[in-house]
Design a protein around this ligand. Sequence first.
Ligand SMILES: Nc1ncnc2c1ncn2[C@@H]1O[C@H](COP(=O)(O)OP(=O)(O)OP(=O)(O)O)[C@@H](O)[C@H]1O
Ligand SMILES: [Mg+2]
Length: 269
Amino acid sequence: MDPVTNPYSPGAGSPPPELAGRDKLREQVRIAITRIRRGNSAKSVLMVGLRGVGKTVLLERMRRDAEESGAYTLRIEAPENRSLPALLAPQLRLVLLRLSRVEAAKNLAQRGLRALAGFAKALKVKYSDLEVGLDFEPEPGLADNGNLENDLTALLKEVGLAARNADTAVVLFIDEIQYLDNDQFAALISALHRCAQSKLPLTVVGAGLPQLRGLAGNAKSYAERLFNFPIIEPLAPAEAELAIVKPAGDEDVDYNPEAVAQILSATRG
Ligand SMILES: Nc1ncnc2c1ncn2[C@@H]1O[C@H](COP(=O)(O)OP(=O)(O)OP(=O)(O)O)[C@@H](O)[C@H]1O
Ligand SMILES: [Mg+2]
């Protein structure tokens, strides 16, 4: 194999040359995002699947789909040692700065940036890893009471209001959600719930290991009603075959069928 033209790029989260077999889930997420953007309700999506099944690359593709459709997205990955506020704040800042360039959303986005300043100031004590550039002074009383659940709700509401005025939706793509601390996950769920109640165009598309569903229920009993939990299965044989055969085929290289069969069985799809 010529290492220069080798089309494969195996590895955790590296986008495959051919993203096989995920059209239904992509469509489901596309519909949910379009619905919330129009002010219709749609459940947030938390995809669950085993290690290596393809969650990260699918999440990234969905994010690209969403950006191409005009939604504003951010992406974070919850590692074991960072707090949710620390992960979210810099990304929300970028989204708010983008929104502030849309004339119809400018004032609300600037208010969102003030909320972010209050949020960071109030929560810095508890979450010492929280660092974010501040573009505006906080506004007393706006997302600054020091309680994560309340402040995150207030902040995301401001983001949602600005997104609505910009005629877009903000979508938070979060990988490895199962690593979020229970209280931080609960705060996120609660904030989303409030945004959904206000029909704001803000939603989450997340991914994690199968225990995620139980963790969500433990964090907030109503999580089952707020989220869909589609299961990411291994690829069906024809899809897995396509993922292997097509990138080589594009380089005019063919597999023999025994090799394909062996790859599918070794990787279990
Ligand atoms: N639909 C697909 N078509 C082709 N290749 C894929 C597909 N899904 C995943 N892969 C490939 O499989 C590998 C694992 O994918 P990925 O890292 O997204 O899995 P994951 O579920 O996020 O794993 P983990 O739970 O360890 O984070 C990557 O090399 C990726 O390119
Ligand atoms: Mg992953």
